[in-house]
Design a binder for this molecule. Structure first.
Ligand code: HEC
Length: 158
């Protein structure tokens, strides 16, 4: 290898390192609150208070759901695969359709869930690394509804 070639390689590796680092920084800076406003409030309303009979409230609920056994996995699955089916939340029935947000990357979904669980409830420490395994399971909306039903069996959901 000539010296020039050597330099070229070092240069390339250096550049790669910088762009990987830049990606890392961008991911670390995902703003869950801003994502919540742009992706969730159209249905779940400002502050995630919901709309009775149409969109279930998220505020004061998700952080407590996350504390149940399997609760975090359920919330991750709702975001990745959506949810359809009759559910009951805070005195109201819902039979709507929650779209999947699987186009968002792992860090965006983790940031969204950290933010959303923390609205009037203890924020759950959900990390991007938990997303890949969940994605691989490729669940259906019916699977997610069944997961919620199983959670309800551990006690009424908030
Ligand atoms: C197009 C409207 C719509 C959008 C946008 C939307 N949701 Fe939903 N979401 C719903 C509906 C409707 C339900 C209830 C589904 C059902 O009845 O089975 C729901 C249910 C949920 C649930 C399950 C609640 C429970 O009690 O089990 C969570 C969690 C949730 N949404 C989070 C979010 C988050 C976070 C976002 C933003 C990334 C979001 N949703 C965006 C319509 C929406």
């Amino acid at each position: 290898m000539t010296n020039t070639m050597m330099f070229r390689h070092v240069g390339l590796v250096g550049l790669l390192g910088i762009s990987l680092l830049a990606g890392e920084v961008a991911r670390a800076e995902e703003d869950g609150g801003a994502l919540f406003v742009s992706r969730c409030v159209a249905c779940h309303q400002n502050g995630g208070v919901g709309m009775p009979g149409e969109f279930p409230p998220l505020a004061g609920r998700l952080g407590f759901i996350a504390q149940r056994d399997g609760g975090r996995d359920y919330l991750i699955d709702v975001l990745l695969f959506g949810l359809r089916g009759k559910i009951h939340a805070q005195g109201n029935d819902y039979a709507g359709y929650m779209p999947s947000f699987n186009k968002l990357n792992d860090e965006q979904i983790a940031a969204l869930l950290r933010y959303a669980t923390g609205i009037k409830a203890p924020a759950a420490d959900i990390q991007a690394s938990q997303l890949a395994a969940a994605r691989a399971k490729a669940k259906s909306v019916q699977d997610v509804a069944a997961e919620r039903a199983a959670l309800e069996k551990t006690g009424k959901l908030p």
